[in-house]
Design a protein around this ligand. Structure first.
Ligand SMILES: Cc1cc2nc3c(=O)[nH]c(=O)nc-3n(C[C@H](O)[C@H](O)[C@H](O)COP(=O)(O)O)c2cc1C
Length: 220
């Protein structure tokens, strides 16, 4: 698969087959992601993979916290507002997602439902958590984002599906305690990974992108 095909073909997967991915395949994907660039080659990334009974116990814990109404406290706060044009793009995503799946992410009850599906890793056999030391600068958050993209692209080239998930960092402290990640680490991103169930309507929707003219200016 060439790079352009890989970048354009990847999409967020929200329904997985239950079959586990062999550990050597997951290891190969994470191994390749290490070759991402980073500020001064600092490589500010760590990965925790959770599977099997442990994954089920973590999902149960997160769903319990949600149902108890525990206030989310992610290490990277969720944005409270968005400027344009980003705000309009989000509105368009919500509109399209509601049309395709009936899930209205602007409705609080739907958000709870969506969070529950996130906490269950959309049925994926494995969840990943990306984390780094909390004292690292914003550049390191940028770097771990590059790592996440490499990981998702290699996974896609291996026939796997992924979805990056901010929601699963809602109860960062609990996740870190559960996985034995030191408290002074910043939980940046969660991710579901597994074999995609492409027959599911949950995976039928493709997201749009703004035309290139909207984001590009030439200077000569
Ligand atoms: C940092 C980040 C956090 C995200 N958090 C979530 C999430 O919590 N749950 C979810 O279902 N999708 C999440 N997504 C997936 C985005 O909704 C998705 O990438 C975007 O709509 C573009 O669609 P695509 O990935 O199919 O190209 C996240 C993506 C990123 C990059």
């Amino acid at each position: 698969m060439d790079a352009i095909e890989c970048i354009k073909g990847r999409m967020s997967i929200r329904k997985f087959k239950p079959d586990p991915v062999p550990q050597e395949v997951l290891a190969r994907v994470i191994d390749a992601a290490r070759f991402s660039p980073s500020y001064k080659n600092s490589q500010p990334w760590n990965v925790a993979v959770v599977s099997g009974d442990k994954k089920k116990a973590l999902s149960d814990l997160l769903v319990k916290l949600l149902e108890e109404g525990k206030e989310p406290c992610p290490d990277i706060p969720a944005p409270e507002s968005w400027p344009d044009p980003e705000a309009s793009r989000i509105a368009e995503l919500f509109r399209k997602r509601k049309e395709a799946t009936g899930i209205d992410l602007a409705a609080p009850e739907m958000v709870r439902k969506a969070k529950k599906a996130n906490f269950q890793f959309y049925g994926a056999p494995h969840g990943l958590f990306l984390y780094q030391h909390s004292s690292l600068s914003q550049w390191s958050i940028f770097d771990i984002g590059l790592f996440a993209q490499s990981l998702m692209l290699v996974a896609y080239a291996e026939g796997l599906g992924t979805v990056p998930q901010a929601f699963v960092t809602d109860y960062a402290r609990d996740v870190k305690e559960f996985l034995g990640i030191p408290e002074d680490m910043r939980l940046v991103l969660g991710m579901s990974i597994g074999w995609p169930d492409m027959d599911s309507p949950a995976n039928a929707m493709r997201t749009d992108r703004a035309p290139v003219e909207e984001i590009l200016s030439w200077h000569q």
